[in-house]
Ligand binder design. Structure first.
Ligand SMILES: *Cc1c(COP(=O)(O)O)cnc(C)c1O
Length: 483
């Protein structure tokens, strides 16, 4: 089983190489040359870890089984409070897959707990001698999840950069109090784009690369185009399907629809791979916020990123160029030269149009929809009043889009991507409760208003030691790896 580049299917590598290098040399993303088949009948009643092993063995054949077992144990069996793949019933036919019971209370933990183990093992298997230095620009969730995933792993150092004043106070504290010997956190004067530009400059700086090479250091990123971040997300689609069967909600073979709050298209793309593996998926519903590029694309086949970037209450979905869509284009049209052309048009003109046949293949599986800020607030309130279910703004986008879909499959699953307590301000406001200025008071207010509990990983921040206070200019970012 090898991985090919979406922009040149003649170029192929092993899974360990794909994970170590991230991006293909031609700028394409690595995709499996064929999608392996999962035998669901053998997994009835299986634990999350057992499903994880079955999926990962098929996609990562160059990794040893014992290694995968250990990595799965270290990630999903110890760091998710026994709630990996937690599925809550909202009402008949509708379920919430709660992906936020990990250490940072957002779904990125699923990828960023496991992937660091895959990377360390890839380094070992491929004989990589250099130290890997990971640089992450973050608007909040990714940075913290990456710090938690990579802390204290051998051969790795990680530095994250967040905009001063650009994250919530909780997100800032999550990073400023980060533990681990190989981690560093910097606040950057400016906004997220400034931080990201600084990191990109560091990656493109050949002089820096040469100086670092002399010191035995190689730069790497933790962003979501790496196959090692996508593959862990396939697991929970299979696990959800098996749970629905096990609980008698569906019979083996019935179709299930998944509605996914989408930004970079990684999470929903994992659903496409699960479907390709034989999980009976009905439709994959791509839910966007007011940055509705994907909803337009799925309706028309025209991807147009030339529009205003809107800041919303679901910041992790505020994105105009969804990188992982490239993987879907490749599988739908099967022609890497064609994908290359579209991606060149996107880079040069900010838009491209796919042909009728490719669009037809995509529309046979995917639907799109979007929700504006007012609808998100109304959804948080409505689902609380009707079903006593508390959800964060990202998840609310998906519930709102779900409401407006024609109901087809026997069961529908909304992927819930963040704890409502990570966005307590917007949630309190939507419920009509006054929002305290202090974030810890806001957590308490939300607990009292809803008789639910905030994750300990968030309330516990109050008593943690602040380790990182340095504020730098974006121009200084390229010098950080030399320290
Ligand atoms: C990253 C993120 C998303 C979007 O996931 P993609 O894989 O980028 O589509 C949705 N919700 C939350 C809370 C996230 O952190």
């Amino acid at each position: 089983m090898r991985y090919v580049s979406t922009r040149n299917s003649g170029h192929s590598v092993t899974s360990a190489q794909a994970i170590l290098t991230g991006l293909a040399p031609d700028g394409g993303l690595y995709v499996p040359e064929r999608i392996p088949q999962l035998d669901l009948s053998k997994l009835q009643g299986a634990s999350y870890g057992e499903v994880a092993l079955a999926v990962l063995e098929l996609f990562l054949p160059d990794y040893h089984r014992e290694f995968l077992q250990q990595a799965i144990h270290a990630s999903y069996e110890t760091r998710f409070e026994g709630k990996a793949g937690q599925l809550e019933k909202i009402r008949d036919g509708l379920f919430s897959l709660e992906l936020w019971h990990g250490p940072t209370a957002a779904f990125k933990d699923y990828a960023l707990q496991l992937m660091p183990h895959l990377l360390v093992e890839a380094r070992r298997m491929l004989g990589e001698q250099n130290e890997t230095m990971i640089l992450v620009a973050t608007s909040g969730d990714t940075g913290k999840a990456a710090l938690e995933g990579y802390k204290d792993l051998p051969g790795i150092r990680i530095a994250t950069f967040y905009p001063t004043g650009g994250t919530s106070e909780i997100q800032r504290l999550q990073m400023a109090t980060q533990e681990g010997e190989n981690v560093a956190v910097y606040a950057v004067r400016g906004n997220f784009d400034d931080a990201q530009r600084g990191v990109k400059t560091a990656f493109c700086d050949e002089q820096l690369a040469a100086t670092l090479a002399d010191k035995g250091i190689k730069l790497s990123s933790a962003n979501s185009i790496n196959w090692g971040r996508l593959v862990p997300q396939i697991i929970y689609y299979a696990s959800t399907y098996l749970q629905l069967c096990h609980r008698g909600e569906i019979a083996m073979g019935d179709k299930v629809d998944f509605c996914v709050p989408t930004g970079n298209f990684g999470d929903i793309m994992a659903g496409y791979y699960a479907m390709g593996m034989g999980v009976p998926v009905g439709r994959l519903i791509c839910a966007s916020n007011s940055n509705n590029v994907l909803a337009d694309f799925l309706a028309t086949g025209r991807y147009n990123a030339n529009r205003d970037f809107l800041k919303t209450s679901s910041p992790s979905m505020d994105i105009l160029v969804s990188s992982n869509l490239e993987r879907l284009l490749f599988h739908a049209c099967g022609n890497s030269e064609q994908v290359n052309q579209w991606m060149t048009q996107l880079a040069q003109k900010g838009e491209y149009q796919v042909d009728e046949q490719t669009l037809g293949k995509i529309q046979a599986v995917f639907s799109g929809g979007w929700a504006d800020e007012q609808q998100v607030g109304e959804e948080i309130s409505q689902i609380w009043k009707q079903n006593q279910y508390l959800c964060d703004p990202h998840t609310a986008v998906a519930f709102q889009v779900w409401r407006r879909q024609p109901q087809g499959a026997k069961a529908g699953v909304v992927l819930s991507t963040a704890s409502p307590y990570k966005f307590s301000g917007k949630v309190l406001e939507s419920l009509g409760v006054a929002v305290p200025e202090n974030e810890f008071e806001a957590l308490t207010a939300l607990e009292q208003a809803t008789a639910t509990k905030a994750p300990v990983s968030l309330t516990g921040l109050k008593n943690k030691k602040i380790r990182f206070t340095e504020i730098i200019d974006a121009e200084e970012i390229p010098r950080i790896p030399l320290r």
